[in-house]
Design a protein around this ligand. Structure first.
Ligand SMILES: *[C@@H]1O[C@H](CO)[C@@H](O)[C@H](O)[C@H]1NC(C)=O
Ligand SMILES: *[C@@H]1O[C@H](CO)[C@@H](O)[C@H](O)[C@H]1NC(C)=O
Ligand SMILES: *[C@@H]1O[C@H](CO)[C@@H](O)[C@H](O)[C@H]1NC(C)=O
Ligand SMILES: *[C@@H]1O[C@H](CO)[C@@H](O)[C@H](O)[C@H]1NC(C)=O
Length: 596
């Protein structure tokens, strides 16, 4: 067979032999990993595509995040008729019906999107029926107490349809079930078919109730479309809390209905705003996807642009800025101005009305005492009260601000709404009593091993983790106030995110950890780059909080590569983690991996 023509003829013959399938590669399950093999005459009938192999080979069917209950997936797959997917069991009179309907429409779009252009996969196959069995159809809001567990079964009916039942307490659990189902339905490129296992039983529930992303839309504006895409990525990863850092010193894009001049003066442009309609759309879009929106109004620092017509902000754009704040432009409220609190009450009222949140974030980070200390009228006000000018005296001033503004927030909420605040001088041991644990949840942005963390936990606080050594996704880029790298460099890899567990940070006090948030401060990101900064790293956080995995990132690596493909498939411009070769040759790339 030295003759080139003979080799060619053999090749054509081989191709003819495997003509029932597209391609020459199949994947075989070896010890929980999919290994690439050439298709032969013997293996042709049972050859598995990579997505099929992953579904049957991985202990958790390749799902991301990994279910915490049981996962049983049968080995037979059926072709799904993507044009015949129906939703039953939704009581259209009930409050949740609209959310359920929108979630189902999204599901159908996801499945239709699996079919490549010019494929014949959308013709024929078995019908799929999805039954909902919801105990509490009145629940349309997601809170820290919402039950998000679900059970999913799939089986073939006697008349040849595929029938799924999703059992859940409410819409939020049920939509997680739909998300899981969408991951079990794969496009098999060897057969050019959309396929699903004929038998599935899954039970699942999250380990932590607060699984979030913080997005800053003040340093740079982020379009409504990109925010919605962020919510899509969250839905795909079962993250449930969108913390919206909507204003800061740099710009004020939020439109308060009764204080529109804040936006007129503070937005980067007349169109770089979030109108009440935009907010309503985003809040609703989130609820359909199992995500609640938590607004932050950060004060008394982190204010500036927008407040020009109101005489409440001191040190605005003071220079050299290092003497008055942590990044330009500076700006801090003057807590001695009584009218400030009347204005804040209006702002809080508008925010509560628009967002309908179950929690409110009051920020409270990075108050710069140099700013207040350098403002004559403030120093005078303090002297009149016989206060000194020590740190403790400025903390007293801050406490005055916090007490007055919290009173106004409660008044507008009509109750003591739970408030989140960042770690700061106020959360240091000597001042912590000013923030009673019955009223405040503390969001940690110090290093994970900071003594403040231990102290907060020992004093019984509920906390949310955003320790900057693992959850600041803006780290690792160029400096912008100087050359070199930005302050919290280096870049944080997904492996670090995956290893930053509540148990590691809080030990046996992890029960006080409500969850965590990946934060994206946008000094150096905007609509053009949000996706790649967030994804797939935020998905690493989602598995930490949903599944509380026992294995290391090495165990998760083949699945996060697959989940990254899922994000891209669903329109998220997720960054690439590794060469595609590593996706196709599981366990061959990481040092210490199975086939290494
Ligand atoms: C799912 O559960 C049903 C009912 O218990 C059982 O008959 C079926 O075998 C299970 N399927 C799998 C794939 O284990
Ligand atoms: C405020 O300024 C005074 C006068 O310069 C100084 O003595 C004091 O230490 C300053 N206080 C703080 C908290 O920096
Ligand atoms: C403000 O301080 C007063 C006096 O200490 C206290 O009684 C009140 O409860 C505080 N208000 C809030 C909202 O914490
Ligand atoms: C705390 O964490 C930082 C960053 O990860 C590390 O550099 C430092 O050595 C740690 N400190 C202690 C006391 O473990």
């Amino acid at each position: 067979m030295k003759h080139p023509l003979a080799t060619y003829l053999l090749f054509v013959l081989l191709l003819k032999n495997i003509s029932a399938l597209n391609g020459v590669w199949r994947w075989e399950c070896i010890d929980g990993l999919c290994k690439k093999e050439e298709i032969t005459v013997e293996t042709e009938a049972t050859a598995q595509s990579l997505p099929e192999c992953r579904l049957l080979c991985s202990s958790s069917a390749g799902l991301w995040p990994k279910p915490t209950g049981h996962v049983q997936v049968g080995t037979d797959l059926s072709k799904v008729n993507v044009n015949s997917i129906d939703h039953l069991g939704v009581d259209t009179d009930k409050p949740y019906a609209e959310l359920a309907k929108a979630a189902f429409e999204r599901f159908k779009t996801q499945i239709a999107g699996l079919v490549p252009q010019k494929s014949k996969a959308n013709a024929g196959g078995q019908s799929l029926v999805i039954n909902y069995d919801i105990a509490n159809p009145d629940i349309t809001r997601l809170t820290l107490d919402t039950k998000e567990d679900y059970a999913l079964t799939l089986a073939e009916t006697s008349d040849g349809r595929l029938e799924t039942t999703i059992t859940a307490d409410n819409h939020f659990g049920a939509r997680h079930g739909l998300e899981t189902l969408s991951q079990l339905i794969i496009y098999d490129d060897l057969r050019d078919e959309v396929r699903v296992p004929k038998q599935v039983n899954i039970t699942d529930a999250p380990a932590y109730p607060h699984r979030g992303i913080l997005l800053d839309t003040s340093r740079n504006y982020v379009t409504v479309d990109v925010i919605k895409r962020t919510l899509d990525g969250m839905a795909l990863s079962k993250l449930n809390s969108f913390h919206w850092h909507i204003t800061d010193s740099h710009s004020f894009p939020f439109v308060s209905e009764r204080l529109p001049e804040l936006t007129a003066y503070g937005a980067y442009g007349t169109r770089k705003i979030y109108s009440p309609e935009d907010v309503a759309e985003i809040v609703h879009y989130g609820l359909v996807r199992g995500v609640r929106v938590i607004p932050e109004f950060d004060a008394p620092a982190h204010v500036g642009e927008g407040w020009q017509k109101l005489d409440y902000v001191v040190c605005f754009n003071a220079q050299p800025w290092q003497n008055y704040c942590v990044e330009p432009p500076c700006g801090q409220f003057d807590p001695t101005k009584d009218q400030l609190y009347d204005t804040l009450e209006i702002l809080y009222g508008d925010m509560l009305k628009q967002f309908q949140p179950d929690l409110f974030h009051m920020g409270g980070d990075e108050v710069h005492f140099g700013c207040w200390n350098g403002t004559e009228s403030i120093v005078q006000w303090m002297q009149n009260k016989n206060w000194g000018r020590s740190e403790a005296d400025f903390v007293k001033l801050w406490d005055h601000f916090q007490n007055e503004s919290l009173t106004r927030l409660y008044k507008q909420a009509g109750k003591q709404i739970p408030v989140i605040m960042w770690t700061s001088t106020l959360t240091q041991a000597e001042y912590l009593h000013l923030l009673p644990k019955e009223q405040y949840i503390i969001q940690i942005w110090t290093l994970g091993n900071d003594s403040q963390v231990t102290n907060l936990l020992n004093n019984g606080y509920s906390v949310i983790l955003s320790n900057y050594d693992a959850l600041y996704f803006d780290c690792g880029f160029a400096g912008w106030v100087t050359d070199g790298h930005n302050w919290c460099s280096p870049y944080i890899g997904w492996q670090t995110v995956y290893s930053n567990t509540p148990a590691k940070i809080a030990g046996d006090k992890k029960g006080q950890v409500l969850g965590a948030e990946a934060t994206l401060w946008t000094e150096q990101a905007d609509s053009a780059s949000i996706d790649t900064r967030l994804w797939p790293r935020a998905s690493a956080l989602s598995e930490v909080l949903w599944s509380e995995p026992e294995g290391t990132w090495r165990e998760a690596e083949p699945r996060i590569l697959a989940h990254r493909e899922r994000l891209v498939q669903n329109g998220i411009n997720s960054d690439a983690l590794e060469p595609e070769w590593c996706l196709q040759n599981e366990g061959n790339c990481p040092i210490g991996g199975k086939f290494h």
